[in-house]
Design a protein around this ligand. Structure first.
Ligand SMILES: [Zn+2]
Length: 211
């Protein structure tokens, strides 16, 4: 495998290899967007519409979709249904770009064989990065990191950067948020190359690499 297909750093190389496995399982080309909704059924996940949840009070529903909507992205119930499937519920307010990353993380947990304790809840901090409870911290990092690598693979990301594409263009192509693309640029150490191509004129890109 050439150096152009794997990012630097042992951990991120391992993550990339796992992500490549997910993508080849899904049958997508190396530069094509991955649709996690199509992959979910192979992970035995049943993605339920929020509106299908019964027994939620009006107040609870309003809280989850109103005031608290930015505080949760999605969750998976760790106890499977009798047929073995696990239920995943995604925040309907978050839009497809963010939901793709949330669902991909749940799929990663399953494919990586992680064992959750109870309900897996993904929350977001002010920067939009996911953090969650009930898996080991290392498992969380792997599921998120590998899920992100499956959605935005290194080799295609690198080619896009060398072609001078912006993070917004790359995000549109892979159907993810620009924040996820920038996270990938940073962890795969393409950020400096990216920044030097976009340092002038593109105000939204003028942010510190540690942000
Ligand atoms: Zn997780």
């Amino acid at each position: 495998m050439s150096d152009y297909e794997l990012p630097p750093g042992d951990k991120w190389r391992q993550f990339e290899l796992r992500a490549m496995g997910f993508r080849s399982f899904a049958g997508v080309r190396s530069d094509a967007p991955l649709n996690p909704f199509r992959l979910a059924k192979f992970a035995n996940l049943l993605v339920l519409d929020f509106e299908q949840i019964e027994g939620l009070s009006v107040a609870a529903r309003e809280h989850l979709l109103g005031f608290a909507s930015e505080a949760w992205s999605g969750g998976a119930c760790s106890r499977p249904l009798p047929d073995g499937r696990k239920i995943v519920i995604l925040n309907p307010n978050h839009g497809r770009m963010r939901t793709n990353a949330t669902l991909m993380e749940e799929i990663s947990h399953v494919f990586l064989g992680h064992q959750p304790n109870r309900l897996h809840v993904v929350t977001e901090d002010a920067r939009g990065r996911t953090s969650a409870r009930d898996y080991l911290k290392a498992d969380e990092e792997a599921a998120y990191g590998i899920g992100a690598a499956a959605l935005v693979p290194y080799s295609a990301l690198r080619r896009s950067v060398l072609k001078g594409q912006t993070s917004a263009q790359i995000a549109r192509h892979f159907r993810v948020s620009r924040e996820l693309v920038e996270y990938r640029l940073k962890v795969t150490r393409l950020w400096r190359t990216y920044r030097s191509a976009h340092v002038e004129g593109n105000a939204p890109e003028n942010r510190s690499p540690t942000a």
